[in-house]
Design a protein around this ligand. Structure first.
Ligand SMILES: C[S@@+](CC[C@H](N)C(=O)[O-])C[C@H]1O[C@@H](n2cnc3c(N)ncnc32)[C@H](O)[C@@H]1O
Length: 236
């Protein structure tokens, strides 16, 4: 898709899988400033231009990109509005990490670290941060090695969406939570089973919020994460 194929509202001009929804899809979730809406539009336009070559998001979700991806990605910031320094694990095309960075663009000290091991997606993420002016750094490495060798100072919050079961997200994020960060994870309708499974290995304080996009999904907010000792031993 060329730039001419995209309208000023981030909608493709026909073709592909039909019309794309627009920024009005954010209305039921949060109101954003004009500047933030403009940065989000630049990001969606860029993603739609890169999509044919890079397949950054599932093609079936493109017609509802604003609701399914952008509005959904407003939620970590809504859950933890005071957090300024974030790590987003497995950022993919930038949901929710790039959206969080855009929401924080005018906040002093704001920074979002985007951890994404796929080099082509990492290149897209760098371009998205540059073109939107959002504050962030792309770490194009495996989460496990980034967490082990973290040298970027403390963070307030960790996010992850569509990355791994909760039990694994606890393992990925434990170094950050041990330093006082709070985690906020998108979870689908299997959230209860995932909480039960993770609870065998981990103890944590948990706040559940019903997703503003899908009432069967949850935003899970975890803090005070600790490993339970078990007969099987400790998680690796
Ligand atoms: C299913 S996608 C989800 C992307 C995005 N968070 C979203 O919700 O659209 C998972 C992403 O995590 C990345 N990923 C998976 N395991 C990873 C790891 N151990 N370290 C770094 N990135 C990882 C993959 O390359 C992929 O882009």
């Amino acid at each position: 898709m060329t730039r001419q194929d995209v309208t000023q509202h981030g909608r493709p001009r026909g073709g592909g899988r039909g019309p794309v929804d627009g920024p009005e899809a954010l209305a039921g979730v949060a109101s954003v400033s004009r500047e933030t809406a403009e940065r989000l539009r630049i990001y969606v336009d860029l993603l739609l231009r890169w999509q044919p070559a890079q397949n950054l998001i599932a093609p079936s979700t493109i017609p509802e990109i604003w609701r399914r991806h952008v509005a959904d990605s407003l939620q970590p910031h809504l859950c933890l509005p005071e957090a300024r320094r974030w790590v987003d694990l497995g950022s993919g095309a930038g949901f929710p990490g790039v959206v969080t960075a855009i929401l924080l663009a005018d906040k002093p000290g704001a920074h979002v670290y985007l951890v994404e091991s796929n080099q082509r997606k990492a290149a897209f993420l760098r371009t998205a941060l540059r073109e939107t002016g959002a504050p962030g750094t792309v770490l194009a490495q495996r989460i496990e090695s980034v967490a082990e060798r973290w040298s970027h100072g403390p963070v307030d919050a960790v996010s992850a969406r569509a990355l791994a079961p909760l039990v694994d997200l606890c393992r990925y994020s434990r170094a950050f939570l041990a330093q006082g960060a709070v985690a906020v994870f998108h979870k689908g309708r299997e959230f209860r089973r995932e909480i039960d499974e993770a609870s065998h290995t981990w103890s944590f304080d948990l706040v559940e919020k019903v997703s503003l996009i899908d009432p069967d999904s949850r935003m899970l907010i975890l803090s005070n994460l600790a490993v339970r000792s078990t007969e099987e031993g400790f998680p690796e």
